[in-house]
Write a protein that binds this ligand. Structure first.
Ligand code: SF4
Ligand code: SF4
Length: 102
C-alpha cells in the first residue's frame, strides 16, 4: 500500500506528470469475493436529504446496480448489488450508508 503523504508536504512539489494513470487494472480478480447474485452482507441505503443528485455513485458502481429514479435520486437494484461499498466510498456528501439487509 502506498504511503500517505500529508497534502501540505507535497503542495507545489508534484505536477500532473507525477500522477499515475487511473482506471488501470494491475491485478485481476480483485472483485472475486463479491460475486453479483450472492446475497451481500451489507447493502447501500440512500439519504435523499443529503443527496445532491450528482450521479457519481451511479458512475462508480462496478456492476451497474444503481439506477436513477424518476425523481432524479438514485437507488440500488439489490439483485445486482454485491455490497462492495464503492458507492458509499465515492459519495462526497455522505448520502450513502452501508447497512445490513433487513
Ligand atoms: S454520489 Fe452521493 S450525492 Fe451524488 S447522486 Fe450518489 S448519493 Fe447522491
Ligand atoms: S455496494 Fe454500491 S457500488 Fe457496490 S455493487 Fe452495490 S450499489 Fe454498486
Amino acid at each position: 500500500m502506498a504511503k500517505k503523504i500529508p497534502a501540505a508536504k507535497t503542495r507545489g512539489k508534484h505536477t500532473w506528470k507525477d500522477t499515475k494513470v487511473g482506471c488501470v487494472l494491475l491485478e485481476e480478480g480483485k472483485a472475486k469475493p463479491f460475486e453479483p447474485g450472492e446475497k451481500p452482507l451489507l447493502v447501500p441505503l440512500w439519504d435523499k436529504e443529503m443527496c445532491v443528485r450528482c450521479g457519481l455513485c451511479y458512475l462508480f458502481c462496478p456492476d451497474a446496480a444503481i439506477k436513477r429514479s424518476d425523481d432524479g435520486y438514485y437507488e440500488a437494484t439489490l439483485d445486482y448489488c454485491k455490497g462492495c461499498g464503492i458507492c458509499h466510498q465515492e459519495c462526497w456528501f455522505g448520502a450513502i450508508s452501508m447497512m445490513e439487509e433487513a
